[in-house]
Design a protein around this ligand. Structure first.
Ligand code: DAH
Length: 359
């Protein structure tokens, strides 16, 4: 017990309980945090050094006639201390909860994080442009399955069984088979959609068939999955002139109005005659540059007049009708248009590539 407390002790020699109560109030008011509260608790009700325990232990020094009053006084002080501690505890707990809540809360005044906006993939852009141009020219869009049977992918297109022409299209065969027990194939081109269209519709026919195709190829310019757009026009009296005029109108819209085009004789089993189409290099406009290996030209598609055998095989009389067909790779056009040197860049989904392609 401190000297000052003893000095103010009542005549009986016991401690001054009122002074102690005031002291508790002062100390209580000074508590600012949990550590202060704990200190206060230990100082007053701690098992070892608590003042209240000392007061009770001091009972024996109080004269017998004052003991009752002393005991009551200590009891009141004890109640006051315990109530004070409990209230402080509750107040601190509220503050702690509030602090936790604030720490966990979202600061609504912070600027928002912009969601990363997607963009249209270069191949999709090219595809859409092609579809738009051909729809303007009066074509409609037809689709077919990715897993084809041998007939649609090869035979009806004049690739006979065991014919070496099939070797040009390294094919993925599936375990599933068609109704003749021949394995289905992942279509190696979009040309089977020509067959489906001719068998389902009657001329005049004007369709384009965009979609994925698959070949067992893999290098800088070839990917096992790529995209083609096929075109087919069948009507009475269609000539090579119609084919050339249509393709010219198309490449000038797809590239630039000054694009020139040339046909080189070629061979496809399902067209006769067949040609490969070159356009003037869109980078040097025909002067010759590194992109076109100084030739001034770039090959972009294959085409031809639909072979009469193919027409007949689809129930269209070649004596009445004729038509042209063409097919091209969208990935290749995207690579040319955007100067992309490696086809794999188109399939890696690296946003840095996608962000650069905006038109
Ligand atoms: N199917 C051919 C290929 O994938 C491309 C093609 C060439 C399609 C000429 C045609 C065409 O319709 O007439 O190599």
């Amino acid at each position: 017990m401190a000297e000052a407390e003893r000095a103010r002790a009542p005549a009986g020699g016991g401690p001054d309980l009122q002074a102690l109560a005031r002291r508790f109030e002062e100390e209580e008011a000074a508590v600012a945090d949990r550590a202060g509260w704990e200190e206060l608790r230990l100082a007053w009700v701690g098992r070892k050094a608590g003042r209240l325990r000392a007061l009770l232990a001091g009972m024996k020094d109080v004269p017998p006639e004052e003991r009752r009053a002393y005991g009551q006084g200590v009891n009141e002080l004890k109640k006051r201390v315990e109530a004070g501690l409990a209230e402080l505890d509750a107040r601190l707990a509220r503050r702690e909860r509030e602090a936790d809540r604030r720490a966990a809360a979202v600061d609504v005044t912070l600027p928002g994080r912009r969601p990363a906006l997607g963009t249209v993939h270069p191949v999709t852009r090219v595809n859409r442009d092609m579809e738009r141009i051909f729809t303007e020219l009066g074509y409609s869009v037809a689709e077919g399955p990715l897993a084809e049977d041998d007939d649609h992918n090869f035979e009806a297109l004049n690739f006979p069984r065991d014919h070496p022409a099939r070797d040009t299209q390294d094919t993925f065969f599936l375990e599933a088979t068609d109704d003749q027990g021949r394995p289905l194939v992942l279509r190696t081109h979009t040309s089977p959609v020509q067959i489906r269209t001719m068998r389902e519709r009657t001329p005049p026919i004007r369709v384009i068939c965009p979609g994925q195709v698959f070949r067992c190829d893999n290098d800088l310019r070839h990917s096992p999955v790529f995209h083609q757009v096929e075109g087919l026009a069948i009507d009475r009296g269609i000539t090579v002139g119609d084919l050339k005029g249509t393709l010219e109108a198309f490449v000038r819209r797809l590239f630039t109005p000054d694009t020139r085009m040339r046909l080189r004789p070629s061979h496809f089993p399902f067209t006769e005659p067949s040609a490969e189409v070159d356009i003037t290099c869109p980078f040097c406009h025909g002067d010759g540059c590194a992109v076109c290996s100084d030739t001034g030209w770039m090959e972009i598609l294959g085409c031809g007049m639909v072979d009469p055998r193919v027409l007949a095989g689809c129930g269209i009389d070649p004596a009445v009708y004729s038509g042209f067909a063409f097919g091209m790779g969208c990935d290749r056009v995207a690579m040319i248009r955007y100067g992309i040197p490696n086809i794999r860049l188109l399939f890696e989904n690296d946003e840095r590539l996608l962000r650069q392609v905006t038109v």
